[in-house]
Every structure is written in C-alpha cells, then in structure tokens.
Design a protein around this ligand. Structure first.
Ligand SMILES: Cc1cc2nc3c(=O)[nH]c(=O)nc-3n(C[C@H](O)[C@H](O)[C@H](O)COP(=O)(O)OP(=O)(O)OC[C@H]3O[C@@H](n4cnc5c(N)ncnc54)[C@H](O)[C@@H]3O)c2cc1C
Length: 324
C-alpha cells in the first residue's frame, strides 16, 4: 500500500531537517527521505560560524537536528528519491524502494562539491584538502596555501585566501583567468598571490596532513611545492533530475525560489544549497528550510480550509490562543 504523509521533505541536510522540525512541531505528519544524514555537514569537522554553537562539528549538528525532528514526531527514512509526479490528490514520490503520496513537498537536496579525482584525495579531506574556501580559509591564517579550480570560483577563492594566508598559489589549466574582470585585476596586484597558469595538480602527499602538491604544466614539466592547505574550487553538482519537470530551474541548475521557499509549483517548496540563494551556508539553509517548512504547512492548512500561521509561536490572552 502506498504510504501517505501531509508533507514529504527530500534531504536530511540542515535545510531539510530544519523544514522537518518546523512542520513536525505543528503536529503535521511529515516524512524526511534522504540518502544520508547531514549531507555536506559530514564534510565539516570543525564548525565555527553557526551562531549559538561553539566547538561544534557538522556531524554533531546533523545528529542534533535529527533528534529535534524526531522528538516532535517527525519520521525519517534513508532512501533515494527517483521521481516526483503529479497525483490525483497531491504528489507521488517514487524512491528506489517504494512510493509515497504527499499533499506538499519540500525540496532540500543540496549539492555535492566536485573533486579533482586524485587517488588519495579523500584521505586528505579536511587534513589540508578543502572544498569550501569561504568556510575553511580562516583556518589558514599566516600559512601557505594553494587553490585550484575553474572560473569565478577560483578567483574568489584566491581573493579570500590572500586576506588570510601568507602565500597563495593560484593554479589553473588555461592561459587566462576567468570570471569577474575587476576581481581578476585585483588578484593580479596581490603580493602574496602567485599565478600558475596552464597547470594542474598531479598528486598530493603528506604524513598525517597535506604537505606537498606536485604540479604538471602543459609542456609536461613537474614541480613540487610545499603547502599547508589546498582548496579545490571546481564547482559542485546539483542533481534535480527527479523534479526538473515540475519546478523552474535556473541556468546555474538551481531551483528558483521566491519568498518563503515558494517554487513555480503550488505544492512544492524548496530551501538550501539547491536553490538560487546567494550565500550557500548552513545558517541560510536552516533559515530558509524553516520558511519552506512553514509555507508547506500553510499550503496544507489552506487545503483544509484553515488560515495557516505566520510564525511558529503562539500567545494566550485569557482563553484565546493567538497564532502568529
Ligand atoms: C567542505 C565544506 C565545508 C563547509 N563548511 C561550512 C561551514 O563551516 N559553515 C557553513 O555555514 N557552511 C559550510 N559549508 C556549506 C554547508 O555545508 C551547506 O551550505 C549546507 O550543508 C547546505 O545544506 P542543504 O540542506 O541545502 O544541503 P546538503 O547539506 O547538501 O544536504 C542535502 C541532503 O539531501 C540528500 N539528497 C540529495 N538528493 C537526494 C535524493 N534524490 N533523494 C534523497 N536524498 C537526497 C543528500 O544525501 C543530503 O543528505 C561547507 C560545505 C562544504 C562542502
């Protein structure tokens, strides 16, 4: 038998779990379907910029969000959503194992950073190798770094690192840098940045953490340099094949959302890194997840002929309960 929920959330990263918390707290049947718990949070061993927590890690935050969701009566299942389609009374969600029906869906499938594809790359992840310069550059104050990547991502990474690191090697395959012209001019003037064009990273090595990277240039010459950190800015993948026929997706492959996480489909809401928000950070994914969750709840309330709420808190004056 096909299981039914009022609201199904795709993704158990910070965006999806925050949506789930706000939905479940309204005592509305809600299922989170996710490939894993935490998403990109699993790539963050030391979390410094999530307000209200000190000495935290991404995994700890993921576990806390999951517990909070379950305490409010939410359900979670580990599975992959393969297709979402219109159904007579809402939406049909097909996963790799089964099918569900829901009145509304919140999409929070996030993204996955592209790797360089080096054989020992995962061994050095967070031990000198990083995939998010704006998240991890502050760990390299006064240290030697390299950044490799494409287009604007690379230039922005170099600018950020140049403000903190003692040295930044900027490695790129082409002859010229791509992206914003003003930023390119600015990075060329930075004294601690050395441009290494027409080159790629051939291998990385170190004892417990990264120590050296070996570069290969277009003429076949190799050069090994000592660095404490390597930032890989090769963009990231957002996979929306399962829902692209139902919502508008922009040229960057992100779901177009407006206020409250609304998409172009009346019963589908979205939050987090898979959407067109400018700053892809945990705090934004959580805030937008909460908003998308409340919008989905209000959509379901409207179907029931109820007015919905404006925020997740209420006030009692005398015998009357006011919902905001
Ligand atoms: C290396 C690294 C370090 C970072 N450091 C920081 C930091 O210090 N501070 C900060 O604020 N931000 C940091 N970020 C960014 C932050 O992790 C993201 O902004 C945030 O995780 C986005 O949350 P999300 O819920 O949108 O997506 P994600 O965290 O990507 O989660 C998406 C979830 O959806 C699931 N999913 C995807 N598709 C499907 C499907 N079809 N079916 C079922 N499940 C699916 C995934 O398995 C995953 O669980 C970092 C990112 C990286 C890569």
């Amino acid at each position: 038998m096909v299981q039914e929920y009022d609201i199904i959330v795709v993704g158990a990263g910070p965006g999806g779990l925050s949506a789930g918390i706000f939905i479940a707290r309204q005592k509305t049947p809600c299922l989170v379907i996710s490939k894993d718990l935490g998403g990109q949070l699993n790539l963050i061993p030391k979390l410094e910029n999530y307000p209200g927590t000190m000495m935290s890690s991404g995994q700890l935050l993921a576990k806390t969000l999951e517990n909070q969701f379950l305490v409010f009566g939410g359900e979670i299942t580990y599975d992959t959503v393969e297709k979402i389609d219109e159904a007579e009374s809402g939406l049909k969600i097909k996963t790799s194992r089964t099918e569900y029906l829901a009145k509304a869906v919140v999409l929070a499938p996030g993204k996955v950073p592209n790797s360089l594809g080096l054989s020992n790359e995962t061994q050095f992840a967070n031990k000198g190798v990083h995939y998010c310069t704006k998240c991890d550059a502050p760990f390299y104050q006064g240290r030697s770094t390299a950044t490799v990547g494409v287009g604007g991502y690379l230039v922005e990474s170099g600018i950020l690192l140049s403000r903190m690191a003692s040295k930044v090697y900027l490695i790129y395959k082409g002859a010229a840098l791509g992206g914003d012209k003003d930023l390119i001019e600015s990075i060329k003037k930075k004294e601690n940045v050395e441009l290494i064009p027409q080159s790629s990273v051939k291998s990385i090595s170190g004892a417990n953490s990264l120590q050296q990277i070996t570069l290969l240039d277009n003429s076949g010459n190799e050069k090994t340099i000592n660095v404490d950190g390597l930032f890989i800015e090769m963009g990231s993948k957002i996979n929306l094949d399962f829902v692209k026929h139902l919502v508008t997706i922009n040229q960057k492959g992100e779901i177009e959302v407006t206020e409250g996480g609304k998409t172009t489909h009346i019963a589908i809401f979205a939050a987090g890194d898979a959407t067109n928000i400018p700053y892809k950070q945990i705090i934004s994914a959580c805030g937008d997840g909460a908003a998308a969750g409340l919008s989905a709840f209000n959509h379901v309330e409207k179907l029931r002929g109820k007015p919905g709420i404006r925020a997740d808190w209420k006030k009692t004056i005398g015998d009357t309960v006011f919902h905001y």
